[in-house]
Design a protein around this ligand. Structure first.
Ligand code: ADP
Ligand code: MG
Length: 330
């Protein structure tokens, strides 16, 4: 996918805490989302995926602090918007409208005492004050059918819906104002695999219809292989590999990417042995020197415990990059 950039993140650093107690949760993150693209973000629990989603959308709360870097949104026309510089009021206008987010466990964040109708129309009322009541209802019906829920569920309360339906209501809400960018942080983990794939398939179809771009976050890389255009893999607060979904599947370069691919059953093709990754992810307070993955890496050699390898491409190859000493000899 080679659309123009719609969201650019450069040199982003996030700490939890300050002073001597600060831990570095994100280090030097560079990432670009292109128009119309589904970008997958994968990595084990604790790698910094949610921190990245919160930082980019300015929803990070204390003790989280952005200590460096830039995030820019590039509208269809006009100047790039510096997201880290927006005031609270500018942010309110920006969220939902240009960029929306579906959080981890979002299906439980619907208000139990309000109907689906009232929750969908609230978003419209807040941002489209001139819309008439009947128009809002019509739009709410349209949004429900977009995500494959029948219109008569509009009068339902959250507890009357299945988990998958509640999740789809949250997705409908995120799409209500036709944002350019939708960030989904593990929106489907609580659902069974069949339901996860059904929701993702719907999302990809909607993306084609409505033309928005998606950052899809999950620890399950097999879902990303099937549904995303490009994949970025995080480990210990850094991006360690970034490439087209098919390229990563065929030829993962970082040993961690390879390990992740062998941690989930493949959806298509020959069955692979599930070997997983030995050991556990590092703690932020005790990050190994050099490449943070080296203590778990079967291919580690001398340089790996020395310096952190930079995320870079091979000469002449701009489509993928990897941060690994095997690919960038010292
Ligand atoms: P992921 O979404 O990939 O599982 P997170 O972004 O939630 O990872 O967490 C990244 C790291 O930041 C973890 O080590 C986690 O313990 C730490 N972290 C997250 N939230 C906080 C917080 N509020 N205070 C301190 N540390 C935090
Ligand atoms: Mg998370």
């Amino acid at each position: 996918m080679t659309g123009r950039p719609v969201l650019t993140i450069s040199g982003l650093h996030v700490d939890y805490g300050t002073g001597s107690g600060a831990v570095h949760a994100l280090r030097d993150i560079d990432l670009t989302l292109h128009r119309g693209e589904v970008l997958g973000l994968a990595g084990e629990s604790g790698s910094g995926k949610s921190t990245l989603a919160y930082a980019v959308t300015r929803l990070l709360s204390p003790p989280g602090v952005i200590t460096g870097g830039d995030v820019h949104y590039h509208p269809h026309d006009g100047e790039p918007v510096d997201l880290l510089g927006l005031t609270a009021e500018q942010l309110r206008a920006f969220r939902w409208q240009e960029l929306s987010i579906v959080f981890q466990g979002a299906m439980n964040s619907l208000n139990p005492v309000h109907t689906v109708h009232s929750q969908l129309t609230d978003v419209l009322r807040a941002h489209r004050p001139r819309m008439k009541g009947a128009e809002r209802t019509a739009r709410a019906e349209e949004l429900l059918s977009l995500v494959g829920i029948s219109r008569d569920r509009l009068v339902a309360y959250p507890h009357q819906l299945s988990g998958g339906m509640r999740q789809r209501v949250m997705i409908a809400m995120a799409l209500a104002l036709e944002p350019e960018v939708v960030i989904m942080d593990e929106p489907t983990t609580a659902l069974d695999v069949v339901m996860q794939r059904q929701i993702l398939r719907q999302l990809v179809r909607l993306r084609e219809e409505l033309g928005f771009s998606v950052v899809f976050i999950t620890h399950d890389i097999s879902l990303l292989i099937e549904f995303s255009d490009r994949i970025a893999i995080m480990y210990g607060g850094r991006i360690v590999e970034e490439a087209g979904a098919a390229e990563i599947y065929r030829d993962p370069r970082h040993p961690y990417s390879e390990g992740l691919l062998h941690s989930f059953p493949a959806l298509h093709g020959p069955r692979r042995e599930l070997t997983g990754i030995p050991g556990s992810p590092p703690h932020l307070t005790a990050m190994p020197a050099g490449c943070a993955f080296h203590p778990r890496c079967g291919k580690a050699f001398a340089p790996c415990s020395g310096e952190v390898p930079v995320l870079a491409g091979r000469a002449g190859d701009t489509t993928r990059s990897v941060a690994c000493w095997l690919h960038h000899p010292a």
